[in-house]
Ligand binder design. Structure first.
Ligand code: SF4
Length: 497
């Protein structure tokens, strides 16, 4: 069997390890496959963070660098890892020059200075798997793949993750990208990666590997099969090899780890949802006793502070089932999760969750205007939501809300209604995350923008994530949406204590 190294590439968040490579590592180990994982994002962010960019027009990449200040850009990133630069470079003839430019490309310098290719070669691996969640990780990954090929090591580089899933059709159109990787796995990666290892071990047929884009001569082509994972057949994630004490969410040498009890969302209909690109594979849960088996293993192996249940939305049935099982087995674990304010969430469900170590529930409400909730197919009744938040609070759990403004057709009156709701219910809300709406690919609004009152910019770039738009009907400009959020913040700071 071949040896695999899984990599978390820069640049990404450093609060806690993302679940992608630990889920794959756990699966490959359970199949008896040799696998290691490294987090080069942590190393990059701690030792290489400041990129000294020449912002004069002498810089050959000057014209595709962000033209706005960092605070007006997603994640306040105006560097070579920004969404803006990455998506423009991917559509520019300068791509190859940048990847090979050790002076301007900070990832190229990082790979050379840290001798990452030597490190990879010393590990005697056969397959390098790079998990790309965000556009900000693409240029490092492509630079690594390019330098790996230059080293003539013969190592097979496969990329995967949410970015690959979202842009699989664009990747397929770009045979030139095969200079930076050998294959790409889209959607869930467990079975495809294991099958890829098996096929490569036997010099077999890559067309048999599900969910795979691979090279056939000079073309990138799609394999013939698809796979969907069954959570009950998946082991617990494996975090071995990751620098657990270096993540920001460490406290008293205890770590926060991500964990999932289901795949995808049971509602799956919100018009703006980018949780996974369509078509989705369907909601699937892991049975409560297997969830608790996995949590027990994680508690035994790692100095666990809390588990972040990263299910897009934990269902009431799943929350109750898991809570009852944790209580029955006497497990001491602290956790929080994401959920929808659905009517089946009763005080009883929350009381069980509290007893089972749940500390907070983060609800995606987005708006407190019923017309807008219905228009965006949120499937949430505001009166029910209020009752659910109150029950959650009364059970002793933190109520966190994720809100948005500037959504298609939203008026200022409706945005003010949301602010009024948040202020009126401040006693029971622990935390609010309030964001401006962005028009992104892969969701229902993107499939039919006009239906949702959106006029997209002409010809967005193939790999563009944040797409400029106008409202064809009502709708707040980005500036107005930001003012609404500022108004809410002023209210909370000055007048509400
Ligand atoms: S509830 Fe959340 S995860 Fe589910 S469809 Fe809506 S936005 Fe997506």
């Amino acid at each position: 069997m071949l040896n695999t190294l899984l990599v978390i590439p820069p640049k990404y968040g450093t609060d806690f390890p993302p679940l992608g490579t630990p889920a794959l590592a756990g699966y490959l180990k359970s199949k008896g496959s040799y696998v290691k994982q490294v987090d080069w994002n942590i190393e990059y962010c701690s030792s290489f963070e400041s990129e000294n960019i020449d912002r004069s027009n002498v810089n050959p990449y000057f014209h595709i660098l962000p033209d706005k200040p960092a605070n007006e850009l997603p994640y306040s990133d105006d560097t070579y890892s920004s969404f803006f630069f990455t998506e423009r470079l991917l559509s520019s003839p300068l791509l190859f020059r940048f990847i090979n430019d050790h002076k301007e490309n900070p990832f190229h310098r990082f790979i050379l200075e840290k001798r990452l290719i030597d490190e990879i070669t010393k590990l005697k691996i056969d397959i390098l798997g790079v998990s790309i969640i965000s556009p900000s990780q693409v240029l490092f990954s492509f630079t690594l793949g390019y330098l790996l090929k230059q080293s003539a090591s013969g190592i097979h580089m496969v990329i995967g993750g949410q970015w690959v899933s979202l842009y699989r059709n664009e990747i397929l159109k770009r045979n030139d990208l095969a200079a930076y990787f050998d294959s790409a796995i889209f959607f869930e990666g467990e079975t495809p990666l294991f099958k890829l290892i098996c096929e490569l071990s036997n010099k077999g047929d890559l067309s048999k590997v599900p969910n795979l884009i691979y090279k056939n001569g000079s073309d990138l082509v799609l394999s013939n099969f698809r796979s969907v994972e069954r959570p009950n057949e998946l082991p617990e994630p494996n975090f071995d090899g990751l620098p657990l004490n270096k993540y920001k969410a460490v406290s008293d040498n205890k770590v926060s780890l991500t964990f999932e009890t289901s795949r995808e969302c049971y509602w799956n209909r919100c018009a703006y949802c980018v949780d996974l690109p369509h078509p989705k594979q369907g909601y699937r849960v892991k049975s409560p006793c297997l969830v608790v088996r996995d949590i027990r293993t994680l508690l035994e192996k790692y100095p666990l502070r809390e588990l972040i249940m990263s299910d897009p939305a934990m269902s009431p049935k799943q929350m109750l089932g898991i809570s009852k099982e944790i209580i029955k087995q006497g497990l001491m674990v602290s956790w929080w999760c994401f959920a929808r304010p659905d009517k089946q969430f009763t005080k009883e469900v929350f009381e069980h969750a509290k007893k089972a170590g749940c500390t907070a529930v983060s609800f995606g409400l987005e708006t407190a205007n019923q017309r807008l909730l219905d228009f965006l197919q949120k499937g949430v009744n505001l009166e029910t939501a209020k009752r659910v938040f109150k029950d959650c609070y009364d059970a002793g759990l933190g109520v966190d809300l994720q809100m948005m403004t500037g959504m298609p057709t939203e008026t200022m009156e409706e945005a003010l209604e949301t602010i009024k709701f948040l202020v009126e219910n401040k006693e029971i809300i622990q935390q609010v995350t309030f964001n401006v709406y962005y028009f992104t690919p892969g969701c229902l609004i993107h499939k039919d923008p006009l239906k949702y009152g959106i006029i997209s910019q002409d010809d967005p770039l193939p790999f563009q994530f944040f797409i400029d738009f106008f409202h064809s009907k009502n709708g707040l400009s980005k500036k107005e949406a930001l003012s609404a959020i500022r108004l809410y913040n002023i209210f909370m700071e000055k007048y509400v204590h």
